[in-house]
Design a protein around this ligand. Structure first.
Ligand code: F6P
Length: 346
């Protein structure tokens, strides 16, 4: 069997380890031939491929980024077609051209939605879930999330010492377009006094009440905010331009919140946007292990013909779940998980 590997969406620490796991198991154990498409669907459209053998994945486990490159270039001419009737003929003729029998698709929500469309059209495909946002349904955690949380927690620790020294309120913006998992976990790890997530708009009055109560206890506030958070009645804060999928680029909520907090509380307030620092660099050991096991499980599933599935983490096991259970199902922070920290804000 000859398998094409393709990465799509934003990069996520652990993608290299996942490719390595899939190749070690797929090529060495099951005897597959494997190729990688460079920069996601761009490589597929333009014939930019690399052979994936044991030598190609040597030393990849600790490497950040992804050696194959990734992009949000759509798989179908004219963009991502919704509905059951997506025209897969271009994908099928590409598969003939590259002589591949199946795909391993490494990506988040958008990518796994594409994987499901291919599977529904009878194309053999297996999904490998990745996103630092951890917002993909069907799996407990996605690789990249643990690394992003560790970096954000370290940023909180660093901002806290300088903030306390100057009696300032420090606002840290982390990624999280539709789900506040990074903010929730980093805020908990770093003992943030306020955590703001997309799932739960709060009023500026409430945020300031928390900041003032921290000051009244003789401390300085550390506020962590996910980029997709909105104030009650407000809209998302966006930057200029759209991404390759035509979505607005988020970012800047911390810079919007800081002057509002300062004006209402009289406490000097500074904003820091962590940005792509939280996606870059070496994956944590947890993410390397999760990604490697995900890659290995995906190769095993290809060997047994378990197509149309996602290599998902369930507890401490990697299980193959139907793509229908994951694709298009955003995993947001449950109310109870937010409320357990919210009770202690301020
Ligand atoms: O989807 C993962 C993510 O990290 C989001 O949290 C964020 O909005 C987006 O990617 C940023 O993407 P880009 O790096 O293309 O600007």
């Amino acid at each position: 069997m000859r398998i094409g590997v393709l990465c799509s969406g934003g990069d996520s620490p652990g993608m290299n380890a996942a490719i390595r796991g899939a190749v070690l198991r797929g090529v060495d154990v099951h005897g597959f031939e494997m190729i990688g498409f460079m920069d996601g669907w761009r490589g597929f459209h333009e014939g930019d491929t690399v052979p994936l053998d044991r030598a190609a994945v040597r030393g990849l486990s600790p490497l950040g980024g992804v050696v194959l490159g990734t992009s949000r270039v759509p798989p179908f001419p004219g963009g991502l077609l919704e509905g059951p009737e997506a025209d897969l003929s271009a994908i099928r003729s590409g598969m003939e051209k590259y002589r591949i029998d199946a795909f391993l698709l490494i990506g988040g929500n958008g990518t796994q939605t594409v994987a499901r469309m291919l599977a529904n059209g009878g194309i053999p495909v297996i999904g490998l879930p990745k996103t630092i946002d951890n917002d993909l349904g069907g799996t407990d955690y996605t690789f990249g999330f643990d690394t992003a949380v560790s970096i954000a927690a370290e940023a909180i620790d660093r901002l806290r010492t300088t903030g306390e020294s100057h009696r300032r309120c420090m606002v840290l913006e982390v990624m999280g377009r539709d789900a506040g998992w990074i903010a929730l976990h980093a805020g908990m790890a770093g003992g943030a006094q306020v955590t703001l997530i997309p799932e739960r708009p709060e009023s500026i009055e409430q945020v300031c009440e928390w900041v003032l109560s921290v000051r009244d206890r003789g401390r300085s506030s550390l506020v962590v905010v996910a980029e997709g958070f909105t104030l009650q009645g407000g809209a998302s804060v966006t930057r200029d331009g759209l991404d390759e999928m035509g979505r607005k680029r988020l970012g800047g909520i911390a810079e919007s919140l800081a002057p509002l907090i300062e004006e209402r509380t009289g406490i000097e307030t500074r904003a820091t946007v962590l940005g792509h620092v939280q996606r870059g660099g070496s994956p944590t050991a947890f993410d390397r292990v999760l990604a490697t096991r995900t890659g290995m499980a995906a190769a095993d599933a290809a060997h047994t013909g378990d197509w149309g599935t996602l290599a998902a983490l369930k507890g401490d096991r990697i299980e193959m779940v139907p793509l229908d259970e994951a694709a298009g199902r955003l995993k947001t922070v449950p109310v109870a998980r937010y409320d357990e920290v919210r009770l202690n804000f301020g």
